[in-house]
Design a protein around this ligand. Structure first.
Ligand SMILES: Cc1ncc(COP(=O)(O)O)c(C=O)c1O
Length: 450
């Protein structure tokens, strides 16, 4: 069985228990017309066949990870209530679950106090961080690296804040001397440190950025949408671990439970170290906030309606798999990282490939070796297609050729950028599939297609 189905019988039991909570209500007359619904749902199932097999270990491409069954089932159960975590009026239990789950995430970063909530994703989480920064430092520059997610430049435009990208080193990490040059102008209000870049999982040098913060003074936001949970793992490189150790000193953190936190899409999270920034969110709502004097999450969130089901799923997942060092969840991430190290090593010792720098998290970059960078780019695209024909699904990325510096001996540099292959090894099962994945790569190289 490829798509888990046993959970459906658990869902039935959960539903009966949920319904008991409403036993004192009169029955609602009326039947659902399953004759009308069923053919449309069957058509829906057929339409959804047109997808890459994201749930399978042979999907080793984009940042897509299947939700844990506990998250999926908790989410499905919550849908029968469909709570709205804007206010306690709309989702009492799920709002409490959100506060508990978010506090656990804050604690994972070493924050005993915080202000935070779930968002629809990393974009909104980062948007709230930049909005708070911009409110505290109006008109000042937002700075992120060229490898930061594109969202920062675009959000800055939405917020009408000036934005400047700074270059990176050969491992896609923010160039500190370029950053310092900008800081010297006195115009910088916020620096965004990416803790796990989208393309390569690179981690900006946080200890050094914190030293610059002390010298020049600016707000520091960590975009840990992808890499945040790696703070729990024990098999990071020393330089990477040094960044995670100082993560509690930043002003705000964005992290996406819907990336590495085993959640369905629609689950990002923003955390602020100083709960006092809550004052910036202050607004009156004539419609809500009547049911309790307790904090309603809508009072500290830019989004109004938010899926209570997302909070329920996250809460249940963290009950099963506490987000602590040495726990099973941490161990699962360690396996992803180990898978990436192994794949990188295998590719590095195979002269048929050029490889990117050693992975900091669980993303691997490589390409078929050819005589020029342009030929490598064309071969990567052919490799991508040929691997997909053999059921191995990878991703392509266009990146600075300098990320392959150590591997480009005897390659003519006829372009600055190279199209390469990229694998986000986000499933712990990837570790057991590395031989098989590599075997398919070997077959692809032996075929005449690349
Ligand atoms: C580092 C980083 N920040 C932000 C985002 C945007 O997050 P979302 O797609 O959840 O809006 C991503 C998405 O890949 C990311 O990798």
């Amino acid at each position: 069985m490829k798509l888990e189905q046993k959970g459906l019988s658990v869902l039935e039991k959960m539903l009966r228990t949920l319904e008991e909570g409403f036993a004192n209500l009169p029955e609602i007359p009326g039947e659902i017309d399953f004759e009308a619904i069923t053919p449309i749902l069957m058509e829906t199932a057929e339409r959804l066949q047109d997808n890459y097999p994201y749930f399978h270990p042979l999907y080793a491409g984009q940042m897509i990870k299947p939700p844990h069954p506990v998250a999926r089932l908790a989410y499905m159960l919550a849908l029968y209530i469909n709570p709205n975590n804007h206010a306690l009026d709309g989702g009492r239990a799920s709002s409490h679950m959100e506060k508990e789950a978010v506090a656990q995430i804050a604690r994972m970063f070493g924050w005993e106090t915080h202000l935070g909530h779930l968002t629809s994703g990393g974009t909104m989480a980062n948007m709230e961080a930049l909005w708070v920064s911009g409110s505290l430092n109006p008109g000042k520059l937002i700075v992120a690296s060229e490898q930061a997610h594109y969202t920062h430049g675009r959000i800055s435009r939405v917020l009408r804040l000036p934005f400047q990208a700074v270059g990176t080193d050969n491992q896609a990490r923010m160039d500190l001397s370029q950053l310092e040059e900008l800081l010297k102008t006195g115009e910088v209000g916020t620096v965004v440190a990416t803790i796990g870049t989208t393309a390569s999982g690179s981690v900006d040098p946080l200890p050094e950025i914190l030293s610059l913060k002390e010298k020049y003074g600016f707000r520091l936001h960590a975009d840990a949408a992808y890499g945040g949970y790696f703070t729990l793992v024990g098999n990071l490189r020393e330089d990477t671990a040094a960044a995670y150790q100082r993560l509690d000193e930043v002003d705000s953190i964005a992290i996406d439970p819907h990336k590495h936190g085993l959640q369905p899409y629609g689950c990002g999270c923003i955390l602020f170290r100083d709960p006092g920034v809550g004052r910036l969110y202050k607004h009156d709502s004539p419609y809500t906030y009547f049911s309790s004097k307790e904090l309603h999450l809508g009072e500290i969130s830019l989004e109004c309606s938010r899926a209570g089901a997302a909070a329920v799923a996250l809460w249940a997942t963290q009950r099963l798999l506490p987000i602590v060092r040495g726990g099973e969840f941490a161990h699962m991430l360690e396996k992803c990282r180990e898978a990436a190290i192994r794949l990188h090593e295998k590719l590095s010792s195979d002269p048929r490939f050029v490889v990117g720098f050693p992975p900091e998290l669980d993303i691997v970059l490589w390409a078929p070796r050819k005589g020029t960078i342009s030929e490598i780019s064309r071969a990567s695209s052919r490799f991508f297609e040929a691997a997909a024909d053999k059921n191995l699904h990878l991703a392509l990325a266009i990146l600075p050729a300098k990320f392959f510096e150590k591997s480009l001996k005897d390659v003519e540099r006829d372009a600055q950028e190279v199209t390469c292959l990229r694998s986000c090894l986000m499933k712990p099962e990837h570790l057991d599939w590395i031989e098989q994945i590599y075997g398919i790569m070997d077959e692809v190289m032996k075929s005449e297609k690349v």
